[in-house]
Design a protein around this ligand. Structure first.
Ligand code: NIG
Ligand code: FE
Length: 390
């Protein structure tokens, strides 16, 4: 048994309102004790008899960020597309094809190295759990190798073979849907099945058929819905008991009310809203209706090329209308709920000792000091880590 005490914590954010002040359950001057990677005690004062101590004076300790939506298996970048948007070009699903082309030509090792680099970045910004999607292969071979590479880094793997219709199937989109259902899904061992149900991607019938096929194969559902246009994605998500409906930017009042009456989390993606110039205050519409909300990076080379959850927190506050507390909750326990995980996202007895330690007196600095990396160290299962490992 190896025990660690995090002591003199200036501000401890538990993300469990029953443990301290306010919605974040904040404590001041407390210690957190971990044994073999699990939190065993939270108390005032300094414990004795532990194997090691981390002094957290003047610092803030939070649950490690749970990033429940990313597309890290790809090659190349699309800086030119981003630059065109700064001159008024609209974001569409069309840019995905260029990443598909680069990804198909990349070796496994190139894809692995790119993912490792991005995960190291995420870790340096306090992320301790990351969901990773396929979706830039769009052939049986390239989707399955994307999932295999993702599985080297995370348990939270998501098959997104239904990202867009690949160029080779443009005249036979249902042929591609058949390939996904009959060949790719049966051979994929991903935990999640996802579909981009939107304009220029998959229609509601195709989306539902693909999600149902994944569920029949033992996967759980999540969906990209209403990013570019209002559609049936949220309805499909709720009817299939999906863990999360993501983007949800163009959702109607009926969609939001439906989500509020369900256990499906709405995962908002501040980085995508930031880099595709979306409407303001999107978050308030969901938060005020009582929807369970998460935020995630959506890291991908097209619509949101960031791995930084602190940046997403700051953007959620400044663009989407979240309070700082709502944004921090959405990035911790919200992300855990979006992945249906009960072992992460909070600092409380029995949870994994996944922490982010900030060189700042308060969690407010995550939004108040945008673009500045305040992370002193990131802990996975009680160990300070600087290189991402599963
Ligand atoms: O979540 N919306 C679909 N997929 C990604 C973007 C993909 C891309 O532009 O490469 C997203 O934003
Ligand atoms: Fe996405």
């Amino acid at each position: 048994m190896s025990s660690i005490a995090f002591t003199n914590i200036h501000t401890l954010v538990t993300s469990d309102s029953s443990l301290g002040e306010g919605p974040l359950g904040v404590l001041h001057g407390a210690s957190v004790i971990t044994e073999d990677g699990i939190v065993t005690e939270i108390r005032q004062g300094i414990p004795s008899g532990v194997d090691s101590e981390v002094d957290c004076s003047d610092k803030t300790l939070l649950p490690g960020f749970v990033d429940s939506h990313s597309h890290l298996i790809f090659a190349g970048d699309r800086a030119d597309e981003f630059s065109a948007r700064s001159r008024g070009q609209k974001y569409t699903a069309g840019g995905i094809a260029s990443t598909v082309n680069a990804t198909r030509h990349a070796s496994d090792e190139q894809l692995r190295q790119n993912a490792q680099r991005l995960l190291n970045e995420a870790l340096a910004y306090g992320t301790t759990t990351m969901e990773i999607k396929s979706g830039y292969g769009l052939t049986e071979k390239d989707e399955l190798r994307s999932i295999d590479i993702a599985a080297e880094f995370t348990e939270e793997t998501t098959l997104l073979a239904a990202h867009v219709i690949p160029e080779d199937f443009l005249t036979d989109p249902d042929g591609y849907v058949d390939l996904i259902i009959n060949s790719i899904i049966p051979k994929s061992n991903s935990k999640w099945i996802d579909v981009f149900c939107d304009l220029g991607a998959f229609n509601p019938e195709q989306s539902e058929a693909i999600l149902r096929a994944g569920i029949a194969q033992g996967m759980s559902a999540r969906i990209h819905a209403n990013q570019l246009s209002a559609g049936k994605g949220v309805e499909i998500a709720v009817s299939l008991g999906a863990a999360s409906a993501d983007h949800v930017s163009k959702s109607t009042k009926a969609d939001i009310d439906l989500l509020a009456s369900s256990t499906t989390v709405a995962t908002l993606l501040p980085g995508a809203e930031f880099s595709t110039h979306a409407e303001e205050n999107l978050g308030r519409r969901f938060l005020d209706a009582g929807v369970r909300v998460a935020i995630a990076s959506d890291c991908n080379p097209g619509s949101s090329f960031t791995t930084s959850m602190p940046f997403c927190i700051a953007a959620a506050v400044s663009i989407l209308g979240f309070t700082v507390e709502e944004a921090v909750l959405a990035a911790t326990i919200g992300g855990a709920r979006a992945l249906r995980r009960v072992d992460i996202g909070q600092i409380s007895v029995g949870k994994r000792a996944d922490f982010v330690l900030l060189d700042a007196p308060s969690y407010i600095h995550l939004a108040y000091r945008p673009g500045v990396n305040l992370v002193h160290s990131t802990y996975k299962s009680g160990r300070a880590v600087t290189s991402w490992q599963k």
